[in-house]
Design a binder for this molecule. Structure first.
Ligand code: LLP
Length: 433
């Protein structure tokens, strides 16, 4: 039996169903490739994080990282679940506001926010701006002075923790483009500068050690380093944070081989770590914020592809082509990410053969799954690639002028289009003759 997430199961017709909806029917209705999101699973994840904090009696904010996947319908869901969101561009901010997010629950991140983006965020009264560098302190300060406004801010610190993950998604180490470095004293200089600025209302410190992290160790190391520096600042400047933001990065399961901690266990570990350090240092226990993206949305997403051409090179390889690829999921090509999948329209008992699932893009690196055991397939078959909900659609592109897929939300037997499929007209909409 393949690995099934959330509400996914097979019905009597041996079709994959998600949220009570038959994916074969969804594929007919919306076409393929199609992203199907299991809304109940998203809600369960969102509530899991919040309820764990609440059960521990800890003041908290769970802030969904929009970059993992966002659209109007997603923001509506976040509002329903009382989650905040983080945005990292004017575009994400615009979508969040249009999607009904209350500005107070939006925080703005990024290592190179432009003047226009910062002004827009200030005008919209976003709840928090996470200052990333010295350039931004000056830029934001100038904007606020011009507008005669004050803004709640945190500042991002790189605590110098090497988490075990892919180099491209590591962010907490010293040699990073993000945040103020502790070792060189830049974080302390930033603190002094921000405290001295009456337009900047400093609420706390932020760190994010990386992404797709399976154990609590890296977070605990970061907690320890953060509290040490915070305690130094308390002694030197008499400054104590109201909020400690530990970022996101909680790992998920893509295949059987992945064994991450449950979201609740990450929260408990962080809370206990902060409590322990605060007691040790006699530091006032702060509000704790986290920014999960992948762990809320990854396993909720499944991509349904149609099978197309196949090429068998005797004694070498069996290629199976699907009607999407690196345009709707660049993660295998970019990070060597490993995914799993199975037929969505029948449960086969035939002997399997080792196959390679490839896309339709003009590039040899357009591989979705390098090696997978699959039964003989034909062009009527549908292939479900699982756990594609994070950084799939959000990193989608139009290479070869292929169309971005549709996205459908399913829950309690109801399907709702969240993003329509692109059209050829969309493709030329920005072109000038
Ligand atoms: N907070 C901050 C400040 C971040 O930089 C990130 C991710 C998150 C939260 C959310 O991390 P998550 O919980 O989703 O792991 N495109 C890559 C992932 C890049 C993550 C960048 N920052 C991928 O496909 O794996």
């Amino acid at each position: 039996m393949p690995l099934l997430f959330g509400t996914a199961k097979f019905n009597e017709q041996e079709h994959l169903t998600i949220g009570g909806c038959d994916t074969v029917v969804l594929a007919e209705k919306y076409g393929t490739p199609l992203f199907v999101y299991d809304v109940a699973h998203i809600r369960e994840r969102a509530r899991g994080f919040k309820q764990t904090f609440n059960s521990l009696g800890v003041k908290n904010k769970v802030i969904y990282a929009s970059k993992a996947f966002c659209c109007l319908a997603m923001y509506k869901l976040l509002e329903e679940e009382e989650l905040g969101c983080d945005v990292v561009s004017g575009g994400e901010l615009y979508t969040a506001i249009k999607g009904g997010m209350s500005p107070e629950n939006i925080e703005f991140h990024g290592n190179n926010k432009t003047k226009e983006e910062l002004s827009y965020a200030v005008d919209q009264n976003v709840g928090m701006i996470i200052i990333d560098n010295f350039y931004e302190i000056d830029l934001l300060s100038t904007i606020l002075k011009e507008k005669g406004k004050q803004q709640k801010v945190m500042f991002r610190i790189t605590p110098g923790v090497d988490a075990e993950t892919h180099e491209y998604i590591l962010t907490g180490q010293v040699d990073s483009k993000f945040g103020f470095d502790v070792m060189s004293g830049q974080a302390t200089d930033a603190l002094e500068k921000i405290l001295a600025d009456e337009n900047l209302l400093l609420k706390g410190a932020h760190c994010h050690i990386g992404s797709q992290i399976f154990s609590a160790e890296g977070f605990l190391a970061a907690v320890e380093k953060m509290l040490l520096i915070l305690n130094d600042w308390k002694k030197t400047f008499g400054y104590t944070v109201d909020i400690l933001n530990m970022g996101g990065g909680f790992g998920v399961q893509y295949t059987e081989a992945d064994d991450p901690l449950e979201p609740e266990a990450f929260v408990k570990a962080i809370v206990n770590g902060v409590k322990g350090q605060c007691e040790l240092l006699d530091y006032a226990f702060p509000e704790i914020w986290i920014e999960p993206g992948r762990s809320i949305i990854a396993e909720a997403g499944t991509t349904i592809y149609s099978i197309g051409s196949q090429k068998v090179i005797p004694d070498v390889r069996h290629y199976v082509s699907v009607d999407g690829g690196m345009g709707d999921n660049i993660r295998p090509a970019l990070y060597d990410a490993v995914y799993d999948g199975f037929l969505a329209n029948r449960i086969s008992t035939e002997a399997t053969q080792e196959s390679r699932i490839v896309g339709k893009y003009c590039e040899s690196g357009d591989v979705l799954i390098k090696n997978i055991e699959l039964p003989p397939m034909n062009p009527e078959d549908l292939f479900a690639m699982t756990s594609t909900g994070a950084y799939g659609y959000s990193m989608a592109n139009n290479y070869n002028r292929n169309l971005k897929p549709a996205v459908v939300f399913v829950e309690n037997g109801q399907d709702k289009l969240a993003i329509r499929r692109e059209t050829f007209e969309d493709l030329i909409a920005l072109d000038c003759e």
